[in-house]
Write a new protein. Structure first.
Length: 177
């Protein structure tokens, strides 16, 4: 049985917060495509205390591996594709030691199924840097369709970078009732 057979999503718990902060504040954990500059220390813990990372506008869930251990997180936030057409934009972050094991693709697929089962959006989108081939493969495995390249859309490490946009529509996903 592969590691991603044991992946499950759950709300972020207090026991996750040390690793959660490390995932978002440690340059080594953020990896090549994840560091966008330092942020306010303690901000994530305050957000968790305020609303548990879950709101009508988006959220974050723990990716739990074997024995319910924290391996990363998935997140989503609302974006508009027209004045009255909200959709979700999702992302994933994994601890460095957990990358390349299938957790990300499985977690993103589970998040898509969860969001279509529990919210009314018709579209879920995700983007990644053109150079992040591993994430592109994960999104395609999770059922996303590549839509195109957004030129110069993301500023990171002193340069504007091209992003690849992906989406999945409600009609393309079967969710459990």
């Amino acid at each position: 049985m592969s590691p991603h057979d044991h992946v499950r999503l759950r709300p972020v718990a207090e026991k996750d917060l040390d690793l959660f902060e490390r995932l978002h504040e440690d340059r080594a954990e953020l990896g090549e495509h994840g560091f966008f500059g330092y942020r306010n220390p303690g901000h994530l813990r305050r957000q968790w205390a305020e609303h548990g990372f879950l709101s009508a506008q988006g959220g974050r869930l723990t990716i739990a591996g074997e024995d319910d251990r924290f391996v990363g997180e998935v997140q989503w936030h609302e974006v508009l594709q027209g004045p009255a057409s909200p959709c979700w934009n999702i992302g994933v972050s994994l601890l460095t030691a957990e990358r390349g094991k299938g957790y990300g693709k499985q977690a993103q697929r589970q998040l898509v199924e969860y969001l279509f089962a529990h919210t009314k959006v018709n579209r879920i989108e995700a983007s990644t840097e053109v150079a992040n081939v591993a994430e592109q493969r994960a999104l395609e495995w999770a059922g996303f369709t590549r839509e195109g390249v957004l030129r110069g859309a993301c500023f990171r490490a002193g340069a504007w970078r091209d992003m690849v946009m992906y989406s999945v529509l409600r009609a393309e996903v079967v969710t459990e009732k």
